[in-house]
Design a protein around this ligand. Structure first.
Ligand code: SF4
Length: 239
């Protein structure tokens, strides 16, 4: 197994959008709240518009870990401070940093809809964008897992600003994997532009602890993976 050297820029990516995820962004609780026919119609309208506007792009880069600590890793001269990552990931020998985005066109359309006071469609389209970029980040996690196979086990993704990982850690992550290759920038407050972007980190190693917060395989898009650890249960399929 050889991990791809240097940054990988991926465009023209398959992208599936999970309606349940979009409705979750709208405040619906899965298994409890049932959307009305009007809401379903609004979702379909926003989905069609979103598909037209999205341009998924990803940049990802693998690098060897030079030092592991209970609360961080050192990679390529960068020190990433990540609470409890040592016990959560175990013995990782490599990390991959990635930045993904669906581009800025959807956000511009949402702003125009707000200004035109088309609020329900604006809100639903914004949720479609949020669902899409989450789906893209999961696709990237699956892709990185596939790149590590068969000898490396790849962990679940984590992102600065989520859980206990400080958002300021966007800076070392962006130094490891600059987002400008796909048009994603970071401001002084560590907020990404376009807004519908996600940065992430995974670890990999022969003895890495995987699935530390959910089963990656259970919703992975890769149909015929010989290394699958759990049967697929999600309905989303991208390939
Ligand atoms: S099925 Fe599981 S092991 Fe195979 S690529 Fe997907 S997440 Fe990785």
């Amino acid at each position: 197994m050889t991990l791809p050297p240097g940054p990988q820029v991926l465009t023209d990516l398959p992208l599936a959008i999970d309606p349940a995820e979009v409705l979750r962004f709208q405040g619906y609780k899965q298994g409890r709240d049932v959307p009305s026919p009007e809401v379903r119609a609004l979702f379909e309208e926003a989905l069609a518009e979103g598909r037209r506007l999205m341009a998924p792009r990803v940049v990802a880069r693998w690098a060897p870990v030079t030092r592991r600590r209970a609360d961080g890793v050192e990679v390529d001269g960068e020190s990433l401070a990540i609470p409890s990552i040592g016990p959560r990931w175990g013995a990782v020998a490599h990390v991959a940093a990635a930045v993904c985005t669906i581009g800025e066109a959807l956000e511009r359309r949402v702003s125009a809809l707000w200004e035109a006071r088309e609020l329900p469609l604006a809100s639903m389209l914004d949720s479609v964008g949020s669902g899409a970029v989450e789906s893209l980040a999961e696709y990237v996690n699956d892709l990185l897992c596939r790149q590590g196979l068969p000898s490396l086990r790849v962990t679940n993704r984590i992102s600065p600003g989520y859980g206990e990982w400080d958002v300021a850690e966007q800076r070392p992550l962006f130094r490891l994997c600059p987002g400008d290759a796909i048009g994603v920038t970071l401001n002084a407050a560590c907020v990404m532009t376009p807004g519908k972007s996600i940065s992430l980190l995974v670890g990999a190693g022969p003895d890495a602890r995987v699935d530390h917060y959910f089963s990656q395989c259970a919703r992975c898009w890769m149909r015929d993976c010989a290394y699958r650890r759990a049967p697929p249960r999600a309905s989303i399929r991208r390939a």
